[in-house]
Design a binder for this molecule. Structure first.
Ligand code: ZN
Length: 99
């Protein structure tokens, strides 16, 4: 092992052959950067629905039961608060919760 390491130092000052080894080692840091970018991508946008205070159903934005003061919450929050899908509008199903 120690003999090989000494040999690499000598090759750096030599002919073109060792340059291939230098490029091979420089690839490793860039591959790590790619992994970091991938980890930040998968962030699904939450599904929002509208729940009237005191009501039992959650609605899509175009539902006739949605008013200006109707609070907008995430579908997850609505389901957790025991709201159920409105039968009159095409509100997203509770299975639309991705996480
Ligand atoms: Zn509705």
């Amino acid at each position: 092992m120690q003999i090989v390491g000494a040999g690499t130092q000598a090759e750096v000052y030599g002919p073109p052959l060792p340059s291939d080894m230098v490029e091979g080692t420089s690839v490793q840091p860039s591959s790590i950067v790619v992994r970091i970018e991938e980890s930040t991508e998968p962030t699904p946008e939450p599904v929002y629905v509208y729940c009237n205070t005191g009501g039992r159903n959650y609605h899509s934005q175009e539902c006739k039961y949605v008013y200006e003061h109707t609070p907008r919450v995430t579908l997850r929050k609505a389901v957790e608060a025991s709201y159920t899908k409105c039968p009159y509008c095409n509100a997203p199903d509770s299975s639309a919760i991705f996480d």
